[in-house]
Design a protein around this ligand. Structure first.
Ligand code: ZN
Ligand code: FE
Length: 238
């Protein structure tokens, strides 16, 4: 598939996903509907679906505008349906979503919100993880518990090592600095921090990441217990 980052607000990424075989296009988490529509239009792409990972307005604020402009179908987590504008298809763990010839498994990955889902395109080797896992970090626990987030991250970490993970924010530099503080003896973290500093200085984006890179450098994914994850999250928040 072709996957395009659409920057929005100060640090969000909206993702456009196009199935090369059929030309079907989905947009993941269009917080800014105008930005998503312009990016699709520039490429001559027609958005047919919205894939929503969770209800937060920076991920759903553009749903209705995209739907009005394209007549697309909006998919999102069933348990957050009241807070997802325009939702048509309610998704639960184990459901499938198709984008043209591409197929995604729906995973419930609570922690950031209680209903948060990820879209796992296994055959394509791609997963859209919203605000659950960030490059070298994880989402804040606004609704869920450290236990839920621990399990959600461990599940994502068990995907094949070359799976590309697409998250919804450019938080990498701050996360990398925190990771270097949390794991000062981890050479892979220190190397990645230097690389991320260079890439950000050049104005490049740092998403996607891979499962292998996260296993080596993400302290939240590497946490060996719920308690350890909880204290890392607490330290990062304060
Ligand atoms: Zn969020
Ligand atoms: Fe967000």
């Amino acid at each position: 598939p072709e996957i395009v980052a659409v920057p929005a607000f100060s640090d969000n990424y909206i993702w456009l996903l196009r199935d090369s075989a059929t030309g079907a296009v989905a947009v993941v988490d269009p917080g800014d509907g105008g930005a998503a529509l312009r990016a699709a239009e520039e490429r001559g792409w027609r958005i047919g679906q919205v894939l929503t990972t969770h209800w937060h307005p920076d991920h759903t604020g553009g749903n209705l505008r995209v739907k009005e402009a394209t007549g697309c179908t909006i998919h999102g987590p069933a348990s957050e349906r009241e807070r997802i504008p325009g939702i048509d298809e309610e998704l639960r763990e184990g459901d499938r979503v198709r984008v043209g010839s591409l197929a995604a498994e729906v995973w419930e990955v609570p922690g950031h919100t209680l209903g948060h889902i990820a879209f796992v395109f296994r055959d394509a080797g791609v997963a859209f993880v919203g605000d659950t896992l960030f490059v070298m970090g994880c989402g804040r626990l606004f609704e869920g518990t450290p236990e839920q987030m621990h399990r959600s991250l461990q599940r994502l970490g068990e995907l094949p090592r070359d799976t590309r993970l697409y998250c919804a924010h450019e938080y990498t530099l701050g996360n990398a600095r925190f990771a270097a503080h949390a794991e000062p003896g981890n050479e892979a973290v220190l190397r990645r921090l230097a690389e991320v500093q260079e890439r950000r200085a050049r104005g490049e984006i740092t998403v996607p990441t891979t499962v292998a890179e996260e296993r080596a450098t993400n302290p939240f994914l590497r946490a060996e217990s719920v308690e350890q994850l909880g204290s890392l999250r607490h330290a990062k928040d304060s």
